[in-house]
Design a protein around this ligand. Structure first.
Ligand SMILES: [Zn+2]
Length: 480
């Protein structure tokens, strides 16, 4: 492979350029002639399919039903809940014409679907027996993002799962909000090997129209946080705006308690950025489009024994349910193929040459460590499975170590500033006054990312910005 076909920049030197190359050259996504909108190429979309394949059954088991609402939302619906509209207005795409005629009413490309789903629930829901109700759509949403497009991380078209629920009591809705954020956290850690922190957003950072927002955040290698999923307690605000009511057990009409939660393609970006190395992507096996690639090392006169052996290994491994590819493309050297699959992040490579066949073994190569393991034929299936598990575990523990190492416990503003300069984030006490957030932003460059669950704040702990009594410990950092 010639130099410019591979990744030409080191991850540590320029993570932004490295990320672009990893995404594009690894066949995950690419830019298109549509400004701000990327194309998901087969490797990228397959990762998303595998995420859907894992998460859709979890949603269904929880009582969530899949639906698909219209992409276009009339202006009068979007404006009905004032906070929500104010929050989203600056980034809404509007459709104003049909053919060559102006439309009677502007239509928004959905930035999120609360307004249209709640409108229909206002019509459909009648009784407490209709509750709880939970709708999910796997779809795209649109935001007129003005910052530079970063595939999977930031763009004008976002692929996601958005779930909306309505409940009879506030307690149930709160429980739902918490269930969702933990389901997201568990999913991202279990299949993407990305450790996250879980907690609540500060008031200034909550979803437009929500009572509060819970979130999961992952920490990227450059010390920036990546918001990777959010869950909102909407309480009564939307129910009042859209007339979502039901007859309760006392036979009285009352408003439903609402929630919504979403998980987007951003998690793919985070996964690529965290695990990748100077050769490109390193994929956790559970979401790898190809988990094992077999590369025959053929020499003249010996083709037949090698091809027979690799053909047999291929079909044996496929029978176990693994996603395995036999790379028997002609006209490429084995070395070229190694680089090609490494760039795409395939977890395991099996090299099979004439000598291996004679010794009844194959050479297994780990994508993450480059470690080579000679494996006898009869132990291949078990070893492949074991090494895939080990690779996942190693990716997770490495990312976990990095998260711990990049988290600074700070009690003074200078320490937060230093943490940010060192490409880390800081856990520091905060009084809850938004003026302190603005001050922190100016003085340290950091924003509040999350108030982690389960924290124990000592008495008389002082806010890192103003010195008043603190109410919470907060993660402060830069973000994507
Ligand atoms: Zn303060």
């Amino acid at each position: 492979m010639s130099e410019d076909l591979g990744i030409t920049v080191k991850k540590d030197t320029d993570i932004s350029e490295w990320y672009q190359q990893t995404v594009i050259k690894g066949g995950f996504a690419d830019y298109t002639p549509v400004k701000g909108m990327i194309v998901y190429r087969p490797n990228g979309y397959r990762v998303w399919e595998l995420i859907m394949g894992e998460f859709d059954p979890i949603l269904k088991a929880h009582g969530v039903q899949n639906v698909l609402f219209p992409l276009l939302i009339p202006e009068n619906l979007l404006t009905r809940e004032a906070d929500h509209f104010a929050g989203f207005t600056p980034e809404v795409f509007w459709v104003t014409r049909g053919g060559d005629q102006p439309l009677e009413e502007k239509l928004a490309l959905r930035p999120t679907s609360e307004t249209i789903i709640h409108t229909m629930w206002g019509k459909w829901l009648q009784s407490h027996r209709d509750l709880p109700v939970r709708f999910n759509q796997w779809c795209t949403v649109y935001r007129h993002e003005t910052k530079m497009t970063k595939p999977f991380i930031r763009g004008r078209e976002v692929l996601w799962s958005e779930t909306h629920t309505a409940h009879a009591t506030k307690q149930e809705a709160e429980k739902e909000t918490e269930w969702a954020i933990n389901a997201y956290g568990d999913l991202v850690e279990r299949i993407l090997a990305v450790p996250v922190v879980r907690g609540r957003k500060t008031d200034s950072d909550k979803f437009a129209g929500a009572e509060y927002t819970l979130g999961i955040e992952a920490l990227m290698p450059d010390g920036r946080a990546l918001q990777s999923g959010t869950s909102h307690l909407l309480s009564h605000k939307f129910a009042e705006a859209f007339g979502v009511k039901f007859v309760n057990e006392d036979k009285k009409w009352t408003h439903a308690w609402m929630t919504s939660y979403g998980l987007s393609m951003r998690v793919i970006g985070g996964m690529l950025m965290i695990h990748g190395d100077d050769k490109g992507a390193v994929l956790p096996p559970k979401v790898a489009p190809v988990q094992v690639v077999i590369v025959p090392i053929v020499f003249k006169e010996k083709e037949k024994i090698v091809n027979d052996a690799t053909g047999k290994i291929h079909s044996e491994l496929k029978k176990t349910g693994l996603r395995v590819v036999l790379d028997d493309r002609e006209g490429y050297t084995a070395g070229w193929k190694f680089n090609d699959w490494e760039m795409q992040g395939v977890p395991l490579r099996l090299e099979v040459g004439p000598r291996d066949v004679e010794a009844k073994s194959v050479m297994l190569v780990r994508r993450d460590t480059g470690q080579k393991i000679k494996v006898p034929f009869e132990k291949l299936k078990a070893t492949v499975k074991k090494e895939l598990d080990r690779l996942h575990a190693r990716l997770f523990s490495k990312a976990r170590e990095s998260l711990v190492q990049k988290t600074v416990n700070a009690t003074r503003m200078g320490e937060v500033k230093k943490a940010v300069e060192d490409q880390k984030w800081a856990l520091a006490p905060y009084c809850g006054n938004v003026a302190c957030e603005a001050k922190m932003k100016v003085e340290t460059g950091a924003e509040p990312r999350l108030i982690p669950f389960g924290q124990k704040l000592l008495k008389d702990t002082r806010c890192v910005a103003c010195g008043e009594e603190a109410t919470d410990l907060v993660y402060w950092g830069k973000s994507y």
